[in-house]
Design a protein around this ligand. Structure first.
Ligand code: ADP
Length: 308
């Protein structure tokens, strides 16, 4: 089976013991990696644009080293890979500075030919997020929605996670207008309570369920940090899957991304939504006990075999 992840992967710089270390990460890219590491039998495609610069080439190499299919990672002649740097203050509090306003990934849609679009219809499932929506050039959004409609029509399941990043939006309403469009087309939605709290002031899962009731998902999965994950099926039946809270949390950066990748992998391999949540939570619980968005491959290997 083939799974596509639409978004932006950036170079990441951080100081480790005084030396500058380079890595690569981005929300949907992280999900692509965790899906592939856990379910190697699935094909994981990252759908994005990079530059032709050396850093972009390193990023492509990194994706390939994670067995990500790069067939839909287009190389833009004049643009570069986005970059961010993580700063950690004396209290251990982290902050991020980004150089992504003119990155290649913003131009993804202009790089896609009709023939690429036709090839994308062979995907069984495709994930995009609020970050994917925020970074794409605004003038390309109509083409993006048309692509999703074409994929859906061809039988590709569309998956959406809000992953709201206020800094990427002009204002709240610009974001929510697009998120509601995304919910309309999504077959599976994987939002978190935190995003709804920030955007709509919701404090309970019930408020989210009521708000999303007019949309018709095959499966709705609501994440809420260390609290239970709520599932709502096609018939509107609600159930909860309890989690084991992690006490020694090191870095929560990609908890939701790791969760999404493994949930979708398990779901596609025929696991029930409950079992898919359990597997996803096991992965996310591990990831937050290790530094970085994409944890060390060797460290993850044993867990992956116990999940899959
Ligand atoms: P996001 O990164 O999208 O904000 P959450 O913080 O809701 O996502 O976390 C996503 C998933 O990560 C949760 O559903 C849960 O499985 C796992 N998780 C996050 N924090 C904890 C925690 N403290 N203990 C156990 N699991 C956690």
């Amino acid at each position: 089976m083939r799974v596509g992840f639409i978004g932006e992967c950036m170079a990441e710089l951080k100081k480790v013991n005084g030396a500058l270390e380079e890595g690569f990460a981005g929300d949907t890219f992280n999900s692509a990696v965790y899906l592939k590491r856990t379910f190697p039998q699935l094909d994981s495609y990252f759908i994005s644009a990079v530059g032709t610069d050396p850093l972009s080439k390193e990023m492509l190499g990194f994706a390939q080293s994670e067995s990500i299919n790069t067939r839909f990672m287009f190389s833009h002649q004049d643009k570069h890979l986005g970059l961010y740097k993580i700063y950690t203050d004396a209290q251990g509090e982290r902050s991020f500075t980004y150089w992504r306003n003119d990155s290649a990934a913003k131009c993804l849609m202009s790089q896609l030919t009709q023939s690429d679009e036709a090839s994308l219809t062979a995907l069984d499932l495709v994930l995009f997020s609020g970050i994917s929506l925020a970074i794409l050039n605004t003038e390309d959004l109509p083409k993006f929605w048309r692509l999703l409609a074409k994929l859906k029509e061809a039988g590709t399941q569309i998956v959406f996670d809000i992953n709201h990043r206020p800094a990427l939006w002009k204002g709240r309403d610009d974001a929510t207008e697009l998120y509601e469009k995304a919910f309309e087309i999504a077959d599976i939605a994987l939002p978190g309570l935190e995003d709804f709290n920030f955007l709509y002031g919701f404090e309970t899962i019930e408020e989210i369920i009521n708000f999303l009731a007019p949309f018709s998902f095959k499966q709705l999965v609501i994440k809420n940090g260390s609290s239970a994950v709520t599932l709502v099926n096609e018939e509107g039946e609600v159930s909860e899957v309890g989690l084991t809270p992690v006490t020694h949390v090191v870095d929560t950066t990609s908890a939701g991304d790791a969760f999404n990748g493994v949930f979708l992998g398990a779901y596609l391999t025929g696991e029930s939504p409950e079992s898919s949540v359990n597997k996803a939570a096991k992965c996310a619980g591990f990831v937050i006990q290790h530094p970085g968005a994409i944890v060390d491959k060797k460290a993850y290997a044993d867990l992956a075999s116990s999940i899959a």
